[in-house]
Design a protein around this ligand. Structure first.
Ligand SMILES: *Cc1c(COP(=O)(O)O)cnc(C)c1O
Length: 499
């Protein structure tokens, strides 16, 4: 049986369902499986016969081995077996050239890759809680840089036994992202804008999880906190699936031979998506290189180049806001894995990070486990323009960062390996920046967000992502704005005074 252990060695090993229910280790630390299942090549090749739902079952089952096959199916079916995704393949490949393929992870209800995990995670969580005979109402706290918030709201809205409270940085998400969140209906959803940046939201939420006194007060009132951020293993494990899926897709199209290695490029913020890719590699998926792509907030690029992680730097607000992050939570899991589960070292580094904002890891330890690079704002726009002009294909700003980092890597390394770039959001979700890239800043003048969407639709000769339709007509249902010091107060207000 796989058990889940804390990256800081401060919690007894627990089952998968307990790890998912608790979310984050209460005293700080993240759950990881004590052992990583390994797939044989034939098991991987057999995925070419699967649809997404059954591929997900195959890949996830060994991690969630205290779920019966039926329980797992009950969780996966409503997510991947119905019409929540607007593409029959769930995550189709778009081939740009023989060598370069975009894995479109944005066909879900909220137009970003987070749907792949957050459509299923509420079921994993409520099922986990039920297995552990939990009686309490589960309160999901979410800190979002823009995309997680809406994806979590859609996943959890009206799920019995849960409430969800989302904190996003006020004026630091795109207009469309904001409207997606503030127009969410459902009788268990709360959305709060925080006057601060994403790190402020995430740090406050993490502190609240770790505050045992506060958790006891909530428990007395019948509430239990959990997390839908990628600090929760239940968020991470569904993301491993699409790495296998992409590989099987390339095999099926005969773009690669069985066993041939491929690269993945991952636009990165909190390090969740790329960590899922790293786990896929450890499970035996033939991956040559994983490319960790950052925007101007290039704390991870610097880290992988020097071994020194330093968040003491200017925070840039960029056109790829979902990657505007200086504290990448899942790096903790990665470091725990590559140090061979050295909880003492991790505890020390995370303490340094919390107290000084920096820590130094051994550069040798990192080796070439990840290739890291970044793109600045102009390079991001340039990538969108180039791909549209040459291939008539629209990239969103995050995916464009990945494309640029991939180009730099190819130029430097001469690596000719077949490469999959994770397309993490629909271009329509960041329409203003995409239009700016293609037609220049002037074309944005006097256009509101919806006129921009229409203009992009014309250029693309495509159609607006279904998840973004009718946004303009929807009433705004959430208007709370708070200071960054007031996050806890907001939670108290929502839960304890019922307002
Ligand atoms: C969340 C997000 C990212 C960053 O993913 P992480 O798992 O946080 O590294 C990149 N692009 C988009 C569009 C996102 O929504």
């Amino acid at each position: 049986m796989t058990s889940y252990i804390s990256t800081r060695g401060n919690y007894p090993p627990v089952s998968a369902s307990a790890a998912i229910k608790v979310g984050m280790v209460p005293a700080g630390g993240l759950f990881v499986p004590d052992e990583i299942p390994v797939f044989t090549n034939s098991r991987i090749f057999a995925l070419t016969e699967c649809d997404y739902l059954s591929a997900a079952r195959e890949v996830i089952a060994p991690f969630l081995d205290d779920f019966t096959a039926d329980e797992l199916s009950d969780c996966l079916k409503p997510a991947y077996g119905g019409s929540n995704f607007h593409h029959p393949l769930i995550a189709p490949l778009h081939s740009l050239t023989e060598k370069v393929h975009f894995l479109e992870l944005w066909h879900g209800p909220t137009a970003a890759f987070k749907d792949l995990a957050l459509q299923v995670m509420p079921f994993l969580l409520t099922r986990s809680a039920a297995k552990l005979s939990g009686q309490k109402e589960i309160i999901i706290l979410v800190a979002t840089s823009g995309d997680t918030g809406k994806a979590a709201l859609e996943g959890f809205k009206n799920v019995p036994g849960t409430r969800i409270i989302v904190f996003y940085p006020y004026r630091k998400v795109s207009k469309i992202q904001e409207l997606q969140m503030t127009t969410t209906d459902g009788d268990n959803t709360y959305v709060v804008a925080v006057k601060g940046n994403f790190d402020d939201c995430q740090s406050a939420v993490k502190e609240i999880f770790a505050d045992q006194r506060f958790n006891r007060i909530l428990a007395d009132e019948g509430f239990e906190l959990s997390s839908a951020n990628s600090i929760n293993w239940g968020r991470l494990v569904p993301q491993i699936v699409y790495y296998f899926w992409a590989y099987a897709g390339l095999l099926k199209k005969k773009i690669i031979a069985p066993g041939e290695k491929i690269n993945f490029v991952v636009p990165t913020g909190n390090f969740g998506n790329i960590l899922a890719g790293w786990y896929a590699q450890k499970m035996g998926l033939p991956i040559h290189k994983l490319l960790c792509a950052s925007n101007k907030n290039k704390v991870l690029t610097d880290f992988f180049h020097t071994g020194f992680y330093d968040r003491n730097r200017k925070f840039w607000q960029t056109r790829s806001p979902s990657m505007d992050i200086l504290i990448s939570s899942n790096l903790e899991r990665f470091l725990f894995e590559i140090t061979g589960h050295d909880a003492e070292k991790i505890t020390h580094w995370m303490k340094e990070l919390a107290e000084k904002g920096s820590f130094r890891a051994d550069k040798k330890l990192l080796g070439d486990s990840m290739i890291a690079g970044f793109a600045d704002e102009e390079e991001t726009l340039e990538a969108i323009r180039e791909v549209f002009n040459s291939y008539n294909y629209l990239l969103d700003t995050h995916t464009a960062v990945g494309y640029k980092v991939y180009q730099d890597y190819c130029r430097k390394s001469g690596d000719n390996t077949v490469t999959v770039i994770n397309a993490t959001a629909s271009p329509y979700k960041f329409a203003a920046s995409v239009l700016e890239a293609i037609q220049g800043k002037e074309c944005l003048q006097e256009k509101d967000e919806f006129a921009i969407l229409r203009r992009l639709e014309e250029l693309d000769k495509g159609s607006l992502h279904p998840g973004l339709q009718n946004l303009q007509q929807k009433p705004i249902l959430h208007r709370t704005i708070c200071e960054k010091g007031e996050i806890r107060g907001q939670i108290e207000k929502i839960l304890l005074t019922g307002s």
